[in-house]
Design a binder for this molecule. Structure first.
Ligand code: FAD
Length: 554
């Protein structure tokens, strides 16, 4: 059996290695247009920032290793330019010599990835405008910065695009002492997360000196003298940089597949089934180039992440080798580091649920410590967990903090893929010693809070609806001065039992404290004394990130 794999990085390389392990006899050829196979594009921003010092560290597995250890016929600097599905042949062209050769296959695997979006705006080809996709891209950015640094003047950069690559580049440029302005067309950074979590990210970026220009798209790039570039936005503003990083997202590379007549999906990726088979049964496709089912919503989606690409490459190899492996769909689990903090998420966001018209969900906000508060170094984690109102099934989670955010979202991601409910989170048995977690880990805590809400032990409400009701603040008076809440009646939770007479019996009482924990006790007291009471999820901590429109009702 002859298998040709197009693309030699995440999906392609993982497919080649797996296939060799399963089939010693297969003839495997892996063609890669660029100069390297199996390089760590995820590490590129950190190489630019000097965290990963040597370029060679980015080369995870070499061409030689693939040849010697896996007996794969690797061809770098070699581009697949056409497929004839009927004849089962691929045309390859040498990037160096232009020589074209034709090769027959029994199975073909496409893992061509995605191309960085480069809109045809005036000035887009000016020197000093870079994308971050390949090792040579990172090298060019480093050389550009070093050459200008030699002049001794402070440098400025404009990063266009507030997705995870834009944020990672912003952080790494700041590490290098470069002043950064980040321009983003949407009203928030990181489109996959909900607005209130994007606000936490925005605050973090700003507190480290990144200037943000949100809600303003780029219109043109203009020469500004001395080698500088003005990034002109639609609102007419100009942001000056000595270099510009384009991080506007990616577009699935479907050129070969389209020309070969393979089915392309509604989102613009190659359409595959759960065995990574395209509309031609002898052609497989994996990675950034394909559309996959969203694990939670079942909708087709494009997810450009390394984990799914690697798993899909492996599944394609399994299927080619005669095994019955299937891809489960993607949850979009991801994490981004931000100046010592991190934001991570898995599953569906609230805005996606809203856009689908899905109202059978509830959300909770919690702010647990990353580990036992009495052990040094504990940091708060802001978490939002979404679950089905009707059956408690976990739908998605987002978390932001400085310590062990990844651990919590990774645990929730596994739970979500296993179809867990909030009751499973309550019962999850997780690692605990004081320096690592709490006897009630944040993951347990999320389950317990949600289960209390679901059972009616602790009816929940959120700030957008709560502001119109009777507000009861159960914090201590000392806390109010630093963080006041107009219109709320303050009765510290310790005095509540003795002051019930001050509360209305004909209105629902919306209770809050700093994070929701004391308000939970207050709600329990009130319910058992016959009041209608609800806990405002996340208390003052979630209020800090709610929409301005909610705050304006003060
Ligand atoms: P790629 O890994 O991009 O490989 C595709 C290869 O195919 C390319 O090398 C290309 O040259 C080659 N190719 C294309 N067409 C042809 C052709 N016709 N002939 C021959 N070769 C061809 N994901 C994460 O999960 N976490 C991260 O932290 C993260 N960070 C990232 C940071 C950066 C800067 C970038 C660019 C990406 C990052 N990603 C991250 C995304 C992740 O790298 C991709 O999702 C993953 O590499 C996709 O794998 P793939 O095999 O589909 O495509």
């Amino acid at each position: 059996m002859k298998v040709i794999i197009v693309g030699g990085v995440a999906g392609g390389a993982s497919c080649a290695a797996r296939l060799r392990r399963l089939d010693e006899k297969a003839e495997i050829m892996m063609v890669e247009r660029g100069p390297y196979v199996s390089y760590a594009n995820c590490g590129l921003p950190y190489h630019v920032g000097g965290v990963i010092e040597n370029e060679s560290s980015l080369l995870v597995a070499s061409e030689t290793l693939f040849r010697e250890r896996f007996a794969v016929d690797v061809r770098t600097g070699c581009e697949a330019i056409a497929i004839s599905p009927k004849e089962k042949k691929v045309k390859l062209r040498s990037v160096k010599t232009g020589e074209v050769t034709e090769h027959a296959y029994d199975k073909l695997v496409l893992s061509p990835g995605a191309a960085s979006i480069r809109p045809p705006l005036p000035g887009i080809d000016l020197p000093g405008i870079f994308q971050v996709r390949t090792v040579p891209d990172a090298r060019q950015i480093k050389e550009w910065i070093e050459a200008r640094r030699a002049g001794g003047r402070p440098m400025r950069a404009v990063v266009v695009g507030g997705g995870f690559i834009g944020l990672e580049m912003a952080e790494n440029l700041v590490h290098l002492g470069v002043g950064v302005t980040l321009v983003e067309m949407a009203g928030q950074v990181l489109p996959p997360v909900d607005e209130e979590f994007a606000r936490l990210v925005k605050d973090r970026l700003e507190s480290h000196g990144v200037r943000l220009a949100l809600g303003d798209g780029v219109a043109a790039f203009e020469e500004a003298g001395n080698g500088a570039i003005d990034v002109r936005t639609k609102s007419g503003k100009a942001h000056r940089g000595d270099l510009v990083i384009l991080a506007l997202g990616v577009r699935s590379d479907t050129a070969l597949a389209k020309a070969a007549g393979l089915q392309i999906g509604e989102r613009g990726g190659i359409r595959v089934d759960d065995q990574m088979s395209t509309s031609d049964p002898d052609i497989f496709a994996v990675g950034d180039a394909v559309e996959v089912r969203d694990f939670v919503t079942g909708e087709w989606s494009l997810v450009a992440l390394a984990g799914p690409a690697n798993r899909q490459g492996r599944i394609a190899a399994d299927v080619i080798a005669g095994r019955n492996s299937r891809f489960r769909g993607t949850q979009g689990t991801a994490i981004v580091g931000l100046f010592g903090a991190a934001i991570a998420w898995t599953g569906v966001s609230e805005k996606t649920l809203k856009s689908l018209g899905d109202s059978d969900y509830e959300k909770i906000y919690i702010y647990p410590s990353s580990h036992a508060g009495y052990y040094p170094g504990a940091r708060p984690i802001a978490m939002k967990v979404l679950y089905r109102k009707s059956d408690g099934r976990l739908l998605g989670a987002q978390a932001f903090g400085e310590d062990n955010v990844d651990k919590r979202i990774s645990a929730l991601a596994v739970a979500l893929q296993m179809g867990a409910t909030i009751h499973d989170l309550e019962e999850a048995e997780l690692c605990y010693a004081p320096q690592f977690g709490s006897a009630k880990d944040p993951v347990n805590f999320a389950g317990m809070v949600a289960a209390n809400a679901m059972s009616g032990d602790m009816p929940l409400i959120h700030w957008d609806a709560a502001k119109t009701g009777f507000l009861l603040d159960v914090r201590e008076p000392g806390e109010l001065a630093a963080d006041p809440m107009p219109r709320a009646l303050n009765i510290p939770v310790g005095q509540l039992r003795g002051r019930l007479g001050e509360l209305p019996r004909d209105h629902a009482i919306h209770v809050f404290c700093r994070s929701g924990q004391r308000a939970y006790l207050a709600v329990r007291i009130l319910l058992q004394h016959g009041f209608e009471a609800r806990n405002i999820s996340g208390g003052m901590l979630s209020y800090a990130t709610v929409d301005q429109t909610v705050k304006q009702s003060d």
